[in-house]
Every structure is written in C-alpha cells, then in structure tokens.
Design a protein around this ligand. Structure first.
Ligand code: GDP
Ligand code: IMO
Ligand code: MG
Length: 427
C-alpha cells in the first residue's frame, strides 16, 4: 500500500491537515502537489495548534519527510517565514525537500491577484489574494519563474524582465498603477536563494525511488474537488488541480503507482469566497454551524459560508477522483439538532437530478432536495469506536456512506489527533 492521495471532497477546509497529520506518524513522505499558501491546514497536537499554509502537514511528524512537489506554487518569503515559525516552536524542519521545478509566487503575482479582483468588482472570485492564479497563469504562458532560477542571477533577471514586459503595460495603462522594477524583484528573490538552496532536490526521482522501495508516500491535497480548475465550479475555483490526477502531474508519479485515494468529507458543507453553493444556509442554522464548527478561514480569517451536507457533491467527488475511502470529519459539530437535513438531489427548473449538472447556469439554479435524518444530543467527542456513537449518529454516517459511493473509513469527532474513530485502516 505504498502511495495514497488524501484530498478535499468539497470546497476545501474539510480537515485535510488533521487527517494528514494523523497518518503522518506512519508514512515516510508527505507531499504537497498543487496550490500554495492559499491553503490553511490546521493541526492540533495535544494543546498545540499549528496553521500550515505552504508546508505539508507531515512536517509535524518526526519520522516523515515533507516534500513540496513541482505542481506547487511557492512564495519564497512565506516558505522561509513558515519554516522559521515552526523552528521557533521546536519543530525540526531540516528534512524538507522542495522541487526545483516548482514555480515561484513573486511580489508581482500577489499585486496582480489583488488588483484584478478589485477590477472585477462584483464579478470577483473572492481569491485569497496570495498570487496563486497569476503565478499559475505565468506557468501556463511559459513566462513563470521556477525555484531553480533563483540560483542563476543573469537568467533570473532575464526571465523577470520577460514576465514583466506585458504586465507592466497592463498595470500602468489599465490599472493606473506604477510599473514594477525587474531589478528590484530580482534582488528580493536573490535574497532568499541561499536560505532555500539546501532544500532543493529532484523530488520526482526521490519519490519514485521511495515508492519502488516500498516506502509509504502520502500526497496531501490543498483546496478541494469543487475548487478544481477543471472539475470544480468554474470560474469560481482555484487555479490548480486538487483532484487525484493532480497528484500525478504535481509530483511526477504515474497513476499506476497510486494505490488509494481518500476523500476528506465534512459532515456538513462550507465554502469560502464567491460561487454557487446549493445547500447554503442564511438562517440561524447556518450561523450555528459556523459558531459550533469554528468556520472562520485559517488563511484570510473570512467567515466560511455554511450549509447542510450535499450528497450530490460527495458522489461527484467519488467519481472524478476514483475515491476508495472517505474520512468523515466534524461529526461532533452536528450534535444537538433534532433532525438533520441532507441534500440527496437537485431540482433544476422543475427537473430532478441526482448528478452534478455540468452546465454552469444549471448549477447556479440548483435547488436542494432534502431528506431529514433524526439527530442526536449525546456528546460524541469521547467516542473511540463506531459502536460508541449514539444510534442516530451511526445511522447518519451509514446514510452518508450509502449516498456518497465509497466506504467511510474514519470519523472525526473533534479537532485533536486522537479524536478520531478508525473503522478501516488506511495503511
Ligand atoms: P483543511 O484546510 O482541510 O486542513 O481544514 P482547516 O484546517 O482549514 O479547517 C478544518 C477545521 O476543523 C480546523 O479548525 C480543524 O482543527 C477542525 N477539525 C478537523 N477535524 C475535526 C473534527 O472532526 N471535529 C471538529 N470539531 N473539528 C475538526
Ligand atoms: P484549504 O487547503 C477553502 C478559494 C478562495 C477562492 C478560490 C480562489 O485550506 O482547503 P485562490 O486564492 O486559490 O485563487 O482563490 O478558492 N480557496 C479556498 N477555500 N480552502 C482553501 O484551502 C482554499 N484555497 C483557495 O476562497 O474562492
Ligand atoms: Mg483550510
């Protein structure tokens, strides 16, 4: 069972950090394969809470080698400050490996991200403003700057000049902003080079060798299936592929090497930023989910939009990722509701469908069709086995499993490492 992918099955913030950390003690490598510091992964170890943005959650497990794959976009200033923040807290970060092929987020990417959002006005995506989209756009336009470019001063400057040629015209003529100096950007980036050099490695080679030797490699997704640029609610998505295929391209590992794909699934639904969300609640229930679930963004501090569980989305995640298992999180948050609505289908202009519509306008018009499951009032945060859960909580999990199309192999009943019910072993 050497290579597993762990990814978000909804719109992000499902509890990927906790799930990754839980497995981290038994795996040899934890690899981020896409996204960047738009992610906010929370890990709670004892009384210590960590918020990781760019670094893989495996960095908190001493035996594990954390890897930033080629598919990630790396803001070097964030990388170094996150590393020093962990070092100050006594975490050994020396094993980190960073792909030389990963693209950089430079100061102009963050500037363009924020400026473009402002320019879009009410059509904005609600990005994290971290420069993710502009950095991926440059990668695809073949004017990106990669980690390896930090170590060749003259090439770095040439590449920055090429990247800024067009952007400076846009900034000055369209956005009425000052042009950015390529020299200044180069100087800033070169200032990071020596601190990063020691981490840079041929991560594709290392990971493939590790898998061939029978080592356990875990690919940790950022964001989630419905934020995927190909399979999500485009254009209200991020600019990478959090879905399972992204692990292959974003780490340089073939699909034949992946043995298991675990979808992290919240027992209800949340979304940050703009875009359609059929089960969104605007009433006291939505407010209660936000309050009890602590649904405030780890990266931007924004309120997360909250709603009931959506089985149409969960089934879609099973399909586009080839999920083998689910890890259901935050079941404890639902304690106390007399009955819990679960969306089993959509109604779109009078027609009922149980599949996610591929047409954007249809999805915008989708109305949830609810089934009502009986709730429970007992505290479940101390439950260690499935049998410890109240009967109605067991029935809720079983119903979700039936609707979602893959076995639920673990259940989160609290944020801590040990607040987990393991049903089937992942390793
Ligand atoms: P990620 O981006 O997918 O890693 O998720 P976030 O860290 O952004 O958000 C998940 C939040 O839920 C964090 O505050 C976690 O500590 C917390 N959490 C994870 N699993 C559980 C759980 O089973 N129960 C509760 N109550 N909180 C959880
Ligand atoms: P984790 O890994 C939730 C959302 C943003 C915005 C859209 C595009 O913690 O689950 P971007 O800055 O990526 O261009 O923004 O994607 N978004 C997330 N929402 N969790 C995340 O990460 C997210 N990363 C990006 O809110 O709607
Ligand atoms: Mg998050």
């Amino acid at each position: 069972m050497p290579a597993l992918v762990l990814l978000g099955a909804q719109w992000g913030d499902e509890g990927k950090g906790k799930a990754t950390d839980l497995l981290g003690g038994s795996v040899d490598y934890v690899v981020r394969y896409q996204g960047g510091n738009n992610a906010g992964h929370t890990v709670v170890v004892g009384d210590q809470k960590y918020a990781l943005h760019l670094l893989p959650s495996g960095i908190l497990s001493p035996g594990c080698t954390p890897v930033i794959g080629n598919g990630v976009v790396v803001d070097p200033s964030v990388l170094l400050s996150e590393l020093s923040g962990l070092q100050e807290r006594g975490v050994d970060t020396s094993k980190l490996l960073v792909s030389g092929n990963a693209h950089l987020i430079t100061p102009y990417h963050a500037t363009l991200d924020k400026t473009t959002e402002r320019f879009l006005g009410k059509r904005r995506i609600g990005t994290t403003g971290r420069g993710i989209g502009p950095s991926y756009a440059d990668k695809i336009n073949r004017v990106g700057i990669r980690v390896q470019d930090l170590f060749d001063e003259s090439i770095l400057l040439q590449k920055i000049e090429a990247a800024l040629d067009f952007k400076n015209q846009v900034l000055a003529k369209l956005y009425n902003r000052r042009a950015i100096s390529p020299q200044q950007v180069a100087e800033e980036l070169l200032g990071y080079a020596e601190q990063i050099r020691g981490y840079v490695a041929d991560t594709t080679l290392i990971l493939n060798d590790a898998i061939d030797e029978g080592k356990v490699v875990l690919f940790e997704g950022g964001q989630g299936t419905l934020l995927d640029v190909d399979h999500g609610t485009y254009p209200f998505v991020t600019s990478s592929n959090p879905t399972a295929g992204g692990a292959c391209t974003g780490a340089g590992v073939g699909p034949t090497k992946i043995s298991r794909v675990i979808g992290i699934l919240k027992a209800y639904t949340t979304r940050v930023g703009a875009g359609p969300f059929p089960t969104e609640l605007f009433d006291d229930d939505g407010e209660a989910l936000r309050r009890i679930g602590g649904e405030f963004g780890v990266t931007t501090g924004r309120n997360r939009r909250c709603g009931w569980f959506d089985a149409v989305i969960a089934r879609y995640a099973t399909r586009v990722n080839g999920l083998t298992d689910f890890f259901l999180t935050k079941l404890d948050v639902l304690t106390g509701w007399e009955q819990i609505p679960v969306c089993v289908a959509y109604e779109i202009e009078g027609e009922r469908t149980t599949e996610l519509p591929y047409n954007q306008s249809d999805f915008h018009h989708a109305k949830p069709v609810y089934e009502y499951l009986p709730g429970w009032s007992e505290d479940i945060t101390k439950a260690k086995t499935f049998g410890d859960l109240p009967r109605n909580a067991q029935a809720y999990v079983k119903a979700l499993e039936e609707m979602s199309g893959a076995p639920i192999s673990a259940i989160g009943v609290g944020p801590g490492r040990d607040e987990t019910i393991e049903i089937n072993s992942f390793l």
